[in-house]
Design a protein around this ligand. Sequence first.
Ligand SMILES: NC(=O)c1ccc[n+]([C@@H]2O[C@H](COP(=O)([O-])OP(=O)(O)OC[C@H]3O[C@@H](n4cnc5c(N)ncnc54)[C@H](OP(=O)(O)O)[C@@H]3O)[C@@H](O)[C@H]2O)c1
Length: 268
Amino acid sequence: MSIPSFGVGTFRLSGQTVIDSVTNALECGYRAIDTAQVYDNESEVGLAVSQSGIDRNELFLTTKIWVDNYSKDKLIPSLKESLDKLKTDYVDLTLIHWPVPDGEISLKEYMESLLEAKEQGLTKQIGISNFNIELTKQAIDVVGNNVIATNQIELSPYLQNRKLTAFLKSQNIHVTSYMTLAYGKVLQDPVLTAIANKHNATTAQVALAWALKLGYSVIPSSTKRENLASNLLARELNLDNDDMSAIYNLESNGRIVSPDKLSPIWDE
Ligand SMILES: NC(=O)c1ccc[n+]([C@@H]2O[C@H](COP(=O)([O-])OP(=O)(O)OC[C@H]3O[C@@H](n4cnc5c(N)ncnc54)[C@H](OP(=O)(O)O)[C@@H]3O)[C@@H](O)[C@H]2O)c1
């Protein structure tokens, strides 16, 4: 199992904006793209990808199953619809978008269907998103060990999720950090800005390099080509131990995304 360390996100982007963002990202050297059924932009992502002319096997496409499609009779057909929109025969990674702990459809039912989708070759890898420790354990019980490739979770300098990431590491489940920039909130942070000045880098690069150094994948989004290009350069920024400890101390339980009914009880 392997997940690229750097990808581009597409949440909130639609129409020509997402076509331009993905096109710019691919031109800047990104090869992994994160979308979701609920973003309602899979067709535009598919268009940008096909127009790029880049070989399918060089790309890593992730989509996420939306909660309306969790039942046994809907999950696989909905993924096939996603593949049509993305103009591809398979995605590299399919995630369960939210656990919906008290929903009508059981975790067992949707995890079994997700595994079946993998067995049918519709997705190379499967994973989860926004799962806490308890629900991750339940998901492992359904599909087995070393099958869940990643848990994609909100994780930024302000929300470091130390308990959950330690558990995921113990289970060999890769961590993908979403909203590593806390949707722009960390960009004004004085500690991150001082570290950025020290390395002649940007504050965004510091936050991204911090997550990369911890071994997490990142998927920052941007509508601006210059931000897409400079974010990617975070891969070349090597933070030192002093930088990492200063960022460690920025933890402030700064969760931004926690929709009612879909979210689990978060691990503190
Ligand atoms: N699994 C889930 O439930 C879930 C939830 C949320 C997000 N995600 C995924 O994670 C991706 C990333 O999250 P996100 O897009 O919400 O937030 P984000 O990546 O933390 O932040 C994006 C924001 O930061 C700005 N930005 C990016 N690079 C910048 C730079 N170098 N300098 C200044 N501003 C910069 C962008 O503005 P500009 O456009 O102006 O650059 C945009 O407003 C999403 O697109 C989505 O694919 C997944």
